[in-house]
Every structure is written in structure tokens, then in C-alpha cells.
Design a protein. Structure first.
Length: 368
């Protein structure tokens, strides 16, 4: 009989692997669907409480498997209702998840890596460096925890109605663990979210954008942040590997796979860096006539940053200029900045860094 450490963690496993596990117990595939409903829809982790399993099946589950989550180290509550959790990730590491309540929906921003290897100049996570990829259990566990501790909505809907991979890490650099989580988020036997309510945000790993387009039909957001290659090379260094034209071509192919699907382009507003009328014109030229919308993000400062937030009037002018050019453009409302939970502020705690500066070799290490 395996010890606790050797038991199989069922959390985060794809349905097909759960079916294989039950087949090994001599059980039918439908047992996997039952287990998924217990774990994700009812929040039950005690096998003895899973009453539609026979006693013998429950005993086999307890002897060979477990449902294990990352420990929550702390919770921080903002005055605006935003909630941030720090999850332990081993060896003193921490990752963060943020819940943003809004009228009609609740959005959970989750992390996919301990740190990030892509070294975007304006991001607190990138400044921390990169340690490792999170497992599927560690990623989906953030959703499980939020739904368990937050009150349900008035219609008895779970608190989390939308999930965005916009926390710590580059999700497409952890492709092998992120895709199984995406499948659980949209599965009718797990969380059953609409594909439009699940968003993957990427800095531009083009080969994995292409792969995601065929593997999982969810919403795509791209951290663009610059209107030309020279500037984006400075702000988002992966642009040196996948320049803007190559990135946008991959985005348009992704959109073509999915009817009526827009690509969201995130654009952090940095004072006197990327916020001029010329930049707005260049951005409009890139997106003109394409299935695109722009989400302008007021920069959120963090210790030792060299950047400052664009003035409110500058952001408004930039947005209006895009709209006058026919581009759908919105400005993201800053939430949770009093607990360092706003966009770009998530840093967690990263030590034993694999790398501190971007290189093609280090990207390969981070995506392995």
C-alpha cells in the first residue's frame, strides 16, 4: 500500500487520466465523471463523503489516491472588495491569486508559474525572476479554494464566474499543465464555465498560440504594450524572438478558428514611454479592420520600478483617439492596489531563480 506521499493526487487530472485510474481499479469510465463532480462542483475532498461510490470503491480511493491542494499562507482583503491569496509553493516560494467582485460576475486572476522568465520591464512578477512551473493541481487549486471560501452568488452560482490566466507567470510557457486546467474549467463535469469566460493572457509565445488554437477554444488576450518593434523589444523582450507582425498573424489565425471571437490586446499606459498620439496611431494601424479590442491598463507601480502611470487625461485622449480610428478600446479600472493586487503588481515570493534575465535558452528552460 503506498504511503501518503506516493498516493496519486487526483486534483487537476484530465478526465481521460481519471478514467484510466478507475479502469485500474476495475471500475467503469463514468466513475471519473462522478469524482469530478464531487471535487469541483460540490467541493468535496473526503472520499468517505462520496456516497454514490460503494464502500469498496471508497476504500480503494483512500488507499491509493488523495485530493491535495497547495496551502494558503495568507489572505488580504482590499477596501474595494478585491481579495488576494498567497499560496505556498514549496521551499519558501509563494504565488498569488486575486478575486475581483463585480456586478453580475466574479473574476479570478490565477497564476501559472512561480515567477516568470519573460522579464517584461514593467511587471513586478518578471522582476522576481523564474523558479518553476506550477502543476495542474496547484493551478486548479486556486479556483477550488476561491469557490470554497467565498460566498455563493444570489442564484446559488459559485463566486467565480470568470477565470483569467493573468497572474504570476506566462501561461503558454507552462502549456502542458495549463491546458488540462482549461479543459476542467469548461467541462460540464467540473466547473462548466463558458469558453468566453476563460481567458489565457500571453506575452507572445507564437508556437503555443498556434497550438492552443487547435487544442482549446478559449478567449485569448495578448500583452502587446507597444505599437512598434523597437519599443516592444525594450518592454516585452520576447518580441525579439517573435516580432509584432509574426505575433499578430498568429492572433488573426486564432480568431479565424472561432466564430465571432475577438482578440483582446492589453496595453499598459506608461508615462512618456508608449502613450503619445503617435503611438495610438501606430496601434490603430496594426489593428485596423481586424477582430481586435484594446484594453488600456493604467500602470500600477511597484518597488524600484523606473516607470510612472500615464496621466488620466493622457489615457482618456489615447482611448478616444483609438475609438475615432474605429478601434474598440476600454480602460481597465484599477482594483486592489491597496493590497498590491492590481494588474502588474503580483510578485508573490520567488527564490532559487533559474534565471533573472531573458534569453532564448532560458525561455526554453522555462517552457520545458
Amino acid at each position: 500500500m503506498p504511503g501518503e506521499a506516493e498516493k496519486l493526487n487526483l486534483l487537476g487530472l484530465p478526465q481521460s487520466e481519471l478514467e484510466q485510474y478507475f479502469a485500474g481499479l476495475g471500475e467503469k469510465p463514468y466513475r471519473a465523471r462522478q469524482l469530478m463532480q464531487w471535487m469541483y462542483q460540490r467541493g468535496v475532498t473526503d472520499f468517505d463523503a462520496m456516497t454514490d461510490f460503494s464502500k469498496s470503491v471508497r476504500e480503494q480511493l483512500a488507499a491509493t489516491a488523495k485530493i491535495e491542494f497547495a496551502r494558503v499562507d495568507s489572505q488580504h482583503d482590499s477596501t474595494d472588495g478585491t481579495v488576494k491569496w498567497l499560496f505556498a509553493s514549496g521551499s519558501g516560494q509563494r504565488v498569488e491569486a486575486v478575486f475581483i467582485p463585480e456586478s453580475g460576475r466574479g473574476t479570478l486572476c490565477i497564476s501559472s508559474q512561480v515567477g516568470c522568465a519573460l522579464d517584461c520591464a514593467f511587471c513586478a512578477t518578471g522582476a522576481q525572476g523564474f523558479n518553476r512551473n506550477l502543476t495542474a493541481a496547484e493551478i486548479i487549486g486556486q479556483v477550488w479554494h476561491a469557490n470554497e471560501v467565498l460566498p455563493r452568488r444570489e442564484n446559488d452560482e459559485t463566486a467565480v464566474t470568470n477565470v483569467v490566466f493573468m497572474g504570476m507567470g506566462e501561461p503558454l510557457a507552462n502549456y502542458r499543465n495549463v491546458v488540462p486546467v482549461l479543459e476542467l474549467l469548461i467541462s460540464d463535469y467540473a466547473y462548466g464555465l463558458s469558453r468566453r469566460r476563460v481567458t489565457v493572457s500571453t506575452s507572445g509565445i507564437v508556437p503555443h498560440i498556434e497550438k492552443l488554437g487547435g487544442d482549446c477554444n478559449v478567449s485569448l488576450a495578448v500583452s502587446l504594450h507597444a505599437s512598434n518593434d523597437e519599443l516592444r523589444n525594450q518592454l516585452v523582450p520576447i518580441n525579439k524572438l517573435h516580432p509584432i507582425d509574426e505575433l499578430l498573424d498568429a492572433c488573426w489565425r486564432y480568431a479565424e478558428r472561432h466564430a465571432n471571437r475577438f482578440i483582446t490586446f492589453e496595453y499598459v499606459m506608461l508615462r512618456d514611454v508608449n502613450d503619445s498620439t503617435q503611438h495610438a496611431d501606430e496601434l490603430a494601424n496594426l489593428l485596423d479592420g481586424k477582430p481586435a479590442k484594446v484594453n488600456l491598463i493604467p500602470f500600477n507601480p511597484f518597488p524600484d520600478t523606473q516607470f510612472a502611470r500615464s496621466a488620466v487625461d493622457t489615457i482618456r485622449h489615447f482611448q478616444n483617439h483609438l475609438r475615432n480610428r474605429g478601434i474598440v478600446a476600454t480602460t481597465r479600472r484599477t482594483r486592489g492596489d491597496d493590497i498590491d493586487a492590481a494588474c502588474g503588481q503580483l510578485a508573490g515570493k520567488v527564490s532559487d531563480r533559474v534565471r533573472s534575465r531573458l534569453s532564448e535558452k532560458n525561455i526554453k528552460v522555462a517552457t520545458a
